[in-house]
Design a protein around this ligand. Structure first.
Ligand code: DC
Length: 229
């Protein structure tokens, strides 16, 4: 079963996708971590697009998706926390708008979901990368709530950041991600929208699971058997 969850920054995609993957016994895949990995390389190579393009066939990035976090390696070096740094936050939307990078990520996503059993999160998964996914969700929340969630998350990790800084980054990324020409952030016509501003995490997860259980598809006629409580 392929489940995709798209939506803007801070909508709760990661925590939700991990929990759905855990309950359904599926792999979890974070496409944002892939764009962040390529952004790390872009910065490392002096923000030179042509040097990044030259690396795309042999980029040396490796992704391990666990139920608690997405670990990322460049060669032997772990760059899990580097890909969440301010500098990557500020450049990731610019790099994610590059066609050659989107093509490279699309290939990585195909590989990561090759067994046909995954929950994947991103921006364009329901519209472009997995148009035939079994289930598509679009998770949103108002910008203030999303900035607050991202801020709380970063403070919990011990980072020094202000709510205003986080809000500005979320707003800028939303704007660039939604307005780019290639694969913009957009709800797929057949995605189920979940507005989570006033939902608890458990309510969010329950809505998704209920939808899956109550909507068997041609390829998933017994989907509820697969979903643990
Ligand atoms: O989910 P995230 O915040 O880690 O994603 C980082 C950036 O990557 C996001 O601002 C836009 C880009 N992205 C994208 O363009 N397409 C995706 N499928 C996933 C992420």
């Amino acid at each position: 079963m392929i489940i995709v969850i798209d939506g803007p920054a801070g909508a709760g995609k990661s925590t939700t996708a991990k929990e759905i993957a855990r309950r359904a016994g599926l792999d979890y895949v974070d496409s944002g971590a892939m764009y962040r990995g390529f952004t790390y390389l872009y910065l490392k190579h002096g923000k030179d697009r042509s040097r990044l393009a030259g690396l795309l066939d042999d980029h040396g990035l490796r992704f391990e998706f666990h139920s608690t976090e997405a670990r990322v390696f460049h060669g032997e070096m772990e760059i899990t926390s580097d890909i969440r740094s301010d500098i990557v936050n500020s450049h990731v939307s610019e790099v994610a708008a590059m066609e050659e990078v989107r093509n490279a990520v699309r290939l990585l996503l195909r590989d990561a979901s090759a067994n046909g059993n995954a929950v994947l999160e991103g921006r364009d998964l329901g519209t472009v990368v997995f148009p035939d996914a079994d289930y598509k969700f679009f998770l949103t929340a108002d910008p203030e709530a999303r900035a607050r969630r991202r801020y709380d998350e970063r403070i919990r990790k011990g980072e020094q950041v202000s709510l205003q800084q986080v809000r500005e980054n979320v707003d800028t990324r939303d704007r660039i991600d939604s307005s780019r020409d290639i694969a913009p952030l957009k709800k797929a016509d057949d995605a189920v929208e979940i507005e989570s501003t006033s939902l608890t995490f458990e309510e969010q997860v329950t809505r998704i699971l209920q939808h899956i259980r109550s909507t068997p598809t041609e390829t998933q006629p017994n989907n509820s058997d697969q979903l643990k409580q």
